[in-house]
Design a binder for this molecule. Structure first.
Ligand code: M6R
Length: 610
């Protein structure tokens, strides 16, 4: 989820690129850089931290070049550092590239290139692209970019420049956005429209596997074979804010729709060709895997709900006893912890004060500590023995959506990894589950593009004036219900109670009256029949039932007023689908009530105080 921008035209490009980066800063900001083609070379300026640091460096650089590329980085491979900041160059410094996305086979490519004598200067996956282009270059940057592309696996878009062809930028994409801004005597290329919206509203959208040749007076789109593609530019009438949201009405909605990509990024390189889970940087030895006796997960809010899902998976697959604790409570207890205990701190920001304090307490008492976070370089990563990163990109909406889904995916991957390492999961079972995991991003994308979303919206609008919601779940569906209820509370301000469905009879059922809306998460196949009974119980009290069920279980619809069908998968993976209609439901209830979804009252994105 980095930001890239390129310019070729008649004006000095340094300032134009910098302004483009400012507009993309919402995509990532741990380092940034600009490469300008001038005087027979590519002049690179890079810095760590926010763009103010880059601005200082740029003030000392000549403003001669009129072709350049720039990048603002959201670290995935390699910590934030000058060396890891883009643009990356080849051995000679003649070629420079900026990349957004992930090159999955970079280790293989890097080893091969190093074997041929290429010298690398960063830890990133992206640098291989510059060296691949250097190796392939025979007088045409376009051909070299295509040859590099053909060797790369993953999902990415990148732009390349060379001192040998000073007035051209070549861009290419694979499942990652890339747009071209078309103007008079100058043209732009970027990962998102805001980068050049101040300069032009004429936008061309290349497709996957198409090469874009951008020069001062023309933009050509070609196939990999070099055949021209007719792609007329369209005029966009977005204002700056709408452009940052890529046309979505809020960041939250945009982030809900980014979930398939965030899942694909978090999965990338973590499933080996034989189906095994590969997780690096955990800080655990084989002895630890075998010797662990207990896991304590500490987290707050949405991250706590991801932890609850982690408990189910770790118990089932790795046969480890797991406790999941709200960090703000755990930190004041006197917990019994020993060296055979692993504490996992889950925090998308990696900066939540209570979670950090709970992790420190566990560490002081001898536990190994693993941070599960979305932010490279965050405090949690600095204080843990190991780190497991989600790769959701920057989340702007205060209500967590894509960071939650990637946390769930990461804990599932971790539990599979543990299960295998501890000898409780056979290779065949892991292969079956990782095969299903691999398909989830595509299936979720299809779901989000289907009419099902409209059904959720209509049901939400019908319920928007309700004074109270109840959300029921059971087994692995319970954390999903808790998360759905939290979304409703956070953004729609409607009092919402999430409850274990089996507990209803022990008290909460008294709350129900004619028409009370009850959402039931019934995606877990192992307890589906039990949930059907719970649905009948609440229905008998006059409740209005909204069921979230997996395809194939349409039958529950006969007892429900509304049914939100999601794709069917293994019950342990079912939260990855089940929570999405609840996010959408909360979103559309809040919208129908006229609430400001991205900035809910009284809430902050990161809670760095106790
Ligand atoms: O950054 P963290 O994951 O540690 O944040 C934890 C909670 O503050 C966070 O999940 C909060 O509950 C969100 N607003 C949920 O949408």
């Amino acid at each position: 989820m980095c930001g890239i921008v390129g310019y070729v035209g008649g004006r000095p490009c340094k300032g134009i690129l910098f302004e483009g980066l400012r507009k993309l800063e919402y995509r990532g900001y741990d380092s940034a850089g600009i490469g300008v083609v001038a005087d027979g070379r590519v002049e690179i300026s890079r810095s760590v931290g926010n763009l103010d640091n880059l601005e200082l460096i740029l003030s000392q650089v000549d403003d001669a070049g009129t072709t350049g590329i720039a990048h603002t980085r959201w670290a995935t491979h390699g910590r934030p550092s000058i060396e890891n900041a883009h643009p990356h160059t080849d051995c000679s410094g003649r070629f420079a590239i900026v990349l957004n996305g992930i090159v999955e086979n970079y280790q293989e490519l890097r080893a091969a290139l190093q074997g041929e004598g290429h010298v690398f200067s960063s830890e990133t996956d992206a640098e291989v692209v510059a060296h691949l282009i250097e190796r392939a270059y025979r007088g045409s940057l376009q051909d070299a970019v295509v040859e590099a592309y053909r060797q790369m696996e993953g999902h990415f878009s990148y732009c390349a420049v060379t001192a040998d062809e000073p007035e051209v930028i070549i861009g290419i994409r694979k499942e990652t956005p890339l747009v071209v801004g078309v103007s008079e005597g100058e043209n732009f290329i970027a990962s998102a429209i805001p980068a050049f919206l101040a300069e032009t509203r004429s936008v061309l959208f290349p497709d996957d596997g198409e090469v874009v040749v951008v020069s001062r007076d023309s933009v050509r789109v070609c196939t990999l074979e070099g055949d021209p593609v007719d792609r007329p530019a369209k005029t966009v009438d977005w204002d700056d804010e709408a452009a940052e949201k890529a046309g979505y009405e809020t960041f939250m909605l945009k982030e809900i729709y980014e979930q398939p990509a965030a899942l694909a990024d978090t999965l990338a390189e973590r499933i080996a060709p034989d189906g095994r889970v590969v997780l690096e940087g955990l800080g655990l030895t084989q002895e630890d895997f075998r010797g662990l006796e207990r896991v304590i997960i500490v987290a707050c809010g949405t991250s706590y709900h991801a932890g609850l899902i982690g408990r189910h998976a770790l118990e089932r697959w790795a046969r480890l006893p797991v406790e999941v604790e709200v960090a703000s409570e755990f930190r004041y207890r006197d917990p019994v912890i020993g060296p055979r205990c692993l504490c996992i701190g889950i925090s998308q920001s990696g900066e939540t004060a209570d979670t950090l304090a709970a992790m420190r307490l566990a560490r002081r008492r001898g536990a190994k500590v693993l941070a599960l976070t979305n932010i490279v370089g965050s405090q949690a990563t600095r204080e843990a023995d190991g780190v497991l990163f989600t790769r959701a990109g920057l989340e702007v909406g205060v209500a967590a959506t894509k960071t939650f889904l990637t946390q769930v995916l990461a804990v599932l991957l971790f539990a599979l990894h543990m299960g295998e390492k501890r000898g409780y999961l056979e290779a065949e079972r892991v292969l079956g589950l990782t095969g299903k995991l691999r398909r989830i991003p595509t299936r979720l994308r299809e779901y989000l593009e289907s009419d099902a979303v409209r059904g959720v919206e209509q049901a939400a609008v019908r319920c928007a004036s309700q004074r109270f919601f109840m959300v029921l779940g059971r087994n692995i569906g319970l954390p999903v219900a808790l998360e759905g209820a939290l979304k409703l509370k956070e953004i729609s301000y409607v009092p919402t109670e999430a409850y274990a469905a089996g507990e209803m009879k022990h008290g909460p059922i008294a709350l129900l009256e004619e028409g009370s809306p009850v959402l039931v998460v019934a995606t877990d196949a192992s307890i589906y029949d039990k949930l059907v009974s719970n649905v009948q119980e609440v229905r008998a009290r006059g409740a209005r039932v909204i069921a979230v069920a997996s395809e194939g279980n349409e039958g529950i619809g006969e007892m429900a007023d509304d049914i939100f069908l999601v794709p069917c998968t293994d019950e342990m993976l079912s939260p990855l689908f089940g929570v999405v209609p609840l996010q959408l439901f909360a979103y559309y209830v809040a919208k129908a009530r006229g609430e400001k979804v991205d900035q809910p009252r009284n809430l902050a994105k990161t809670v760095t105080v106790e």
